[in-house]
Write a protein that binds this ligand. Structure first.
Ligand code: S3P
Length: 435
């Protein structure tokens, strides 16, 4: 078990590039493995989640090799091979849920397992629609959780109204729909990240988008013919978010993040921070499926705000960090409509609220969010803070620690490698002191 001590910092900021987007990297790993030929992927995230998904695709018959910074993935042309062993999905909810969709219609049996955190996360949400399509899934964990066994079977298209705003469930059903007979339509209660849809368009897989309804015509059990291509992964906005938020809340600090993905379904954090008084400018530089650009931030004194409704899915992974910003802002920051946070890598409402209280911040916990009262005189917690195996909790608390009155010890920090292996290096690069 690794721990880190983060020291208070007075000068913080600078310029950096963040690693590749986790959501995009995993979707590319799957679709390049489905394609015929060798795809060239630039900027693929070498974090644990993306590598678990890539490893699973190799167990299914694809092959992958890094040549310098370029990842070459040779696909199966749609003929996946039955893996000899269970697929270990590590910490990756995206990998597990999307791959279950891709495999539900294949003529083979596949078992998927994961780490302790992933093994607590709800999988009934993918079993229900996949079974409506004719799939056979067994969840043998105690509470509708992993391990998952998929007995591939012929699928039929469905119209499915998602009971929760989830890009993972949407993508799972769309990927299964590719191997179904007939049309599959997914209806979202709120718009969620659309990387799957964008990648389908890039790879010439026909998809129809009409507001919150996404449809595709299935190709039956042989699936679509996808051709290998050259693909670029943008920098992960959710990784950049930690630095953007921490600098926005620190008067006098300045930051430039280059090469970051600016898909409008991912960047609601910028709107919220601006509402709080942050000084942020964005420059779009290129588009490769997703728009990519530079974010400029100057620190300011922030005020509390209310965050809820359609904004939530578009900043879902940034909410622990926004709660940290709430502790630094003047007045109350209210987060609502975010009950999904309870079933992420940890219960992010309970864990964030408990950790903020350890710093002396006043927090009210709600079933679907929290209210954070700032600004607090941040006192270093008496005892080390546990990560609960959750990378985003660890990174949010590391940044809060830079504002505290004494060094803060964080435990079980190895989970950061899930999405951002260079996080500690970048924290030091921007002026943080870490031991
Ligand atoms: C993801 C979607 C979100 C997000 C997760 C990645 C994806 O989850 O929290 O980190 O890649 O589709 P849900 O779709 O379950 O909300």
């Amino acid at each position: 078990m690794h721990s880190k001590t983060v020291y208070p910092t007075f000068r913080f900021g600078g310029e950096l590039r963040v690693p590749g987007d986790k959501s995009v990297s995993q979707r590319i790993a799957m679709l390049a493995a489905l394609a015929k030929g060798t795809s060239e992927v630039h900027g693929f995230l070498r974090g644990e989640d993306a590598m678990s998904t890539l490893g699973a695709m190799c167990s299914l018959g694809a092959s992958a090799q890094f040549v310098g910074d370029v990842l070459k993935i040779t696909g199966t042309g749609g003929k996946f091979k039955e893996p000899a062993n269970p697929l270990d999905m590590g910490n990756s909810g995206t990998g597990t849920r999307l791959l279950a969709g891709l495999l539900a219609g294949q003529k083979m049996t596949v078992v998927m397992t994961g780490d302790a955190s992933l093994s607590r996360r709800p999988m009934g949400r993918i079993k229900t629609p996949l079974e409506l399509m004719g799939a056979h899934l067994e969840l043998t964990g105690e509470k509708g959780t992993l391990p998952l066994t998929i007995h591939g079977s012929p699928l039929n298209g469905i119209r499915y109204e998602l009971p929760m705003a989830s890009a993972q469930v949407k993508s799972c059903v769309l990927l299964a729909g590719l191997f179904a007979d007939g049309k599959t339509t997914v209806v979202e209660p709120r718009p969620t990240r659309d990387h799957t849809e964008k990648l389908f368009q890039t790879l010439d897989i026909p998809i129809h988008i009409d507001g919150r309804e996404i449809s595709l015509q299935g190709f039956g059990q042989n699936g679509p013919q996808v051709t290998a291509s050259k693909l670029t992964v943008p920098g992960d906005f959710s990784s950049a978010a930690f630095w953007i938020a921490a600098v926005a809340a620190r008067p006098g600090a300045e930051l430039i993040v280059r090469g970051v993905g600016l898909n409008s379904r991912r960047t609601a954090l910028l709107d919220v921070l601006k509402r709080m008084g942050a000084l942020i400018e964005v420059e779009f530089t290129e588009t490769q499926g997703d728009p990519i650009g530079t974010v400029f931030v100057r620190g300011a004194s922030l005020r509390g705000t209310e965050i809820g409704g359609d904004e939530i899915p578009n900043l879902i992974d940034e909410l622990p960090m926004l709660a940290v910003v709430g502790a630094l802002a003047n007045g109350a920051t209210v987060i609502r409509d975010a009950s999904e946070l309870r079933v992420k890598e940890s219960d992010r409402i309970a864990v964030t609220a408990a950790h903020l209280r350890e710093f002396g911040v006043e927090v009210e916990e709600h079933a679907d969010g929290m209210t954070v009262y700032g600004p607090a005189g941040l006192h270093a917690p008496q005892k080390p803070l546990a990560s609960h195996g959750d990378h985003r909790i660890t990174m949010s608390m590391a940044l809060l620690a830079t504002f505290a009155d004494a060094p803060v010890k964080l435990e079980q920090v190895e989970c950061v490698a899930t999405s951002y292996p260079d996080f500690w290096k970048h924290l030091e690069q921007l002026g943080g002191k870490v031991e």
